[in-house]
Design a protein around this ligand. Structure first.
Ligand code: CAO
Length: 550
């Protein structure tokens, strides 16, 4: 089977454009017209399709390369002659004849015109009866020259149609789903087109004569039969509107999944949203880690209780009683609020309180820190608690499990999350494989993770995978509290500040350093007796840490 070069076709005005996305890799089987790479100029981005079907043997371009008409994109082992597109004798996809005239011909427009300006669909090459899939503007908007008005889409491509005139939008003549063709009236603007000398192709010039001022939008694209044009990447109008920076296929993909692209963070070059970004966003929403704006609007952190058949949340005009200030909650607070609400409502949680005698352990911790003063690593009580909890979790494995329908999933790894108070809200970094780490290593990792949490630099991987969580308020104060389980975990340990208390040793009261423990557990998985045993065992370990070795 022959190796065929797949080249960049005639891409009209685009010369020396940068490769910003590779959509295939060596070994992939590609079809004719399947998009291979995305290129981008300062005005537009475009997906370059394959003219040949077969298996990709070699990629000849990499991200950042500059390509132009004729550049070899990749080598394909063709799956047969029939697989080569008819117009691909030189491996270039067919370019509609209109592209020959794609170079805009400046047509003198009225040097100044006030009053209604009609904006028509320009020459869009081979596109016929294309559906309007997006509308970016609404009546009353001030429209700039070249600002995208709508997106149209055929089965092969999507294209944003920009305005050729500036003015205030009086009336939109299309709606989502309408099919449009060259010359169709899109919108009526009011204002001056003095600055908007109209660029039209010769093919569409005929459309530009209407009364009193009729302007067809500039031919935005060389009329490629197969290349896919997306929004002008740096369209100033688009920027004003905050339109997401993504290729047409990514937009289509997002639309199919119902993903609001404007809420997706782009990790591609220049912040471009890639298919991976859309997938990651979708996964995060499904996992409950991200809420879309629409979800947040439907289910405010306070919840309206309607879904539970509760009476509505009280709506009070607080300003009636005194001065107020309203501040939107941060993203992390909103997300954790929704999670906490679900966990508080859905888990039949019970909390057991107990005290552990840490007199010797604290003395050992203080002595260790003195010895290690120069090492820069401070041993914390929390590190001992993590290690002690691992021992208790090993002894009582249901505390290290998760519910999956009617089954329990027992985890044979011990990743311990710890609540960290940050300026942005509560975060839970995770010490992975705490069973395999010593106190010094755990202390050091905790310090690093807590700092990252406070600086807002924790990666998703550093916040996931916990099998049990500890929430320590020991550095702050308090006696006991009732922490909320971090689902899908089934228990959480709350720790408060240790204090010296009189403890009866059988003969007399002696001062002992007592650490208040609050263990919240899911009663569907754990029984009260098991919880009491877990706390008691934890107390024994903290009382004499040598027991960890047993
Ligand atoms: N009893 C008495 N003193 C304690 C203690 C305890 N249980 N735990 C910590 N301390 C002391 C420490 O020894 C330290 O004292 P020194 O500075 O004299 O050595 C001081 O309190 C401060 O400790 P810390 O809070 O900086 O360190 P930590 O390892 O205990 O905790 C971290 C780290 C990240 C958990 C903590 O900074 C934090 O964010 N805590 C809040 C967690 C939270 O918000 N939980 C609630 C969640 S539910 O809404």
């Amino acid at each position: 089977m022959a190796l065929v070069e797949v080249k960049v076709p005639d891409i009209g005005d685009f010369d020396e454009v940068a490769v910003i996305e590779l959509m295939v890799k060596v070994g992939d089987t590609v079809k004719v017209e399947q998009s291979l790479i995305t290129v981008e100029s300062d005005k537009a981005s475009m997906e370059i399709p394959s003219s040949t079907a077969g298996v990709v043997k070699e990629l000849r371009v990499k991200l950042g390369d500059k390509v132009k008409e004729g550049s070899v994109v990749l080598m394909v082992e063709a799956s047969g002659d029939a697989a080569v597109a008819p117009a691909a004798a030189d491996a270039a996809p067919a370019v509609a004849s209109a592209s020959a005239a794609a170079a805009p011909v400046l047509v003198a427009a009225a040097s100044s015109a006030n009053g209604p300006i009609e904006v028509h669909v320009p020459d869009i090459g081979d596109f016929k009866d294309v559906a309007v899939i997006e509308i970016f503007v609404k009546p009353g908007d001030a429209i700039k020259m070249e600002q995208s008005l709508i997106t149209v889409e055929s089965d092969k491509a999507a294209m944003e149609i920009p305005s050729s005139a500036a003015g205030v939008l009086k009336e939109l003549k299309v709606k989502i789903g309408d099919k449009v063709n060259i010359g169709d009236l899109l919108a009526i603007l009011e204002g001056s087109i003095a600055a908007a000398t109209t660029a039209v192709t010769s093919a569409s010039a005929a459309l530009s004569v209407a009364s009193p001022a009729s302007v067809s939008t500039p031919a935005v694209a060389p009329a490629l039969s197969t290349a896919v044009l997306s929004a002008p990447a740096h369209n100033p109008g688009a920027a004003t509107l905050g339109l997401p920076h993504a290729s047409p296929s990514v937009r289509k993909f997002a639309r199919e999944l119902g993903v609001p692209l404007e809420e997706v963070k782009g990790n591609g070059p220049k912040g471009r949203i890639t298919q991976d970004d859309v997938q990651a966003f979708t996964k995060s929403v499904m996992a409950g880690a991200t809420q879309t704006k629409a979800q947040a609007a439907k289910a405010p952190a306070g919840g309206d209780g309607a879904a539970l058949g509760l009476i509505p949340w009280p709506k009070i005009d607080f300003a009636k009683f005194g001065p107020i200030e309203r501040k939107e909650m941060g993203r992390i607070k909103k997300i954790s609020g929704a999670n906490l609400l679900r966990n508080a409502i859905m888990i039949p949680a019970v909390t057991n309180h107990d005290d552990a005698d840490i007199t010797e352990l604290e003395a050992f911790r203080v002595a260790t820190n003195k010895e290690n003063e120069k090492s820069g690593v401070k041993v914390t009580m929390l590190a001992f608690l993590i290690k002690a909890c691992v021992a208790a979790l090993k002894k009582y494995p249901e505390f290290n499990s998760s519910l999956d329908g009617d089954a329990l999933v027992y985890k044979n790894y011990w990743h311990i999350g710890f609540a960290a108070d940050t300026p942005n809200g509560l975060m839970v970094p995770v010490i992975k494989d705490a069973d395999k780490k010593g106190i010094l290593q755990i202390s050091q990792e905790m310090g690093e993770l807590a700092k990252k949490a406070r600086d807002g630099k924790l990666s998703p991987a550093e916040m996931t995978g916990a099998t049990f969580t500890i929430s320590s308020l020991g550095g702050i104060g308090g006696k006991y509290f009732t922490p909320i389980i971090n689902a899908p975990e089934v228990a959480i340990l709350g720790v408060c500040k240790s204090t010296h208390e009189p403890v009866w040793d059988g003969k007399q009261f002696v001062p002992r350093l007592m650490l208040p423990l609050s263990l919240t557990w899911d009663h569907r998985v754990i029984d009260g007796a098991a919880a009491a045993r877990f706390n008691a065992y934890l107390g024994q370990i903290l009382g004499d840490f040598r027991r960890v070795l047993l």
